[in-house]
Design a protein around this ligand. Structure first.
Ligand code: ATP
Ligand code: MG
Length: 137
């Protein structure tokens, strides 16, 4: 798999971290195939996080992800999913390794600055979920 979907989450956008996060990603050798800033509705956030609908944090996560602008990015690199997950670190910033994006920029376990697809099948699905053909280069 050569692509993965990244989302700069509302906390990181509000905190002014779009620039530093993009710099970090590009320095790690990822190529941007598509990028846009947008807001998503609670309805769309629910659909995107459907696999988590039975989790206790689901409602809160949906509200958070639709609470402000986000940046959606399709990234390309060899082994994109695995390499990107290493770059962002553990979902809990307390557990994330030094130098990872979440250690540097996340506010909490929920407001953890960035999303990365968790496998190739989901990466493809997630890229298609947010982008149409003419938006991908
Ligand atoms: P990983 O799949 O490596 O565990 P992830 O970022 O994909 O990390 P998920 O478990 O898939 O995390 O959860 C999706 C998102 O839901 C997280 O990134 C975080 O924003 C939020 N989240 C996850 N677990 C919790 C929790 N226990 N409490 C609050 N929010 C959570
Ligand atoms: Mg996940």
């Amino acid at each position: 798999g050569k692509i993965t979907l990244a989302i700069i989450k509302p906390d990181a956008v509000k905190n002014g971290y779009i620039g530093p996060i993009l710099f970090h990603i590009i320095n790690a050798g990822f190529f941007i195939r598509a990028i846009k800033m947008t807001e998503i509705s609670q309805k769309l956030a629910k659909k995107f996080y459907y696999e988590h609908k039975k989790n206790l944090f689901f409602e809160s996560l949906v509200k958070f992800m639709s609470s402000g602008p986000i940046v959606l990015i399709i990234l390309e690199k060899e082994n994109a999913v695995k390499n990107f997950r290493n770059l962002i670190g553990n979902k809990n910033p307390i557990k994330a390794k030094v130098g990872t994006i979440r250690k540097l920029y996340a506010s909490s376990l929920e407001k953890n600055a960035i999303h990365g697809s968790d496998n190739d099948k989901n990466a493809f699905r997630e890229c298609r979920f947010y982008f149409s053909d003419i938006e991908i280069f």
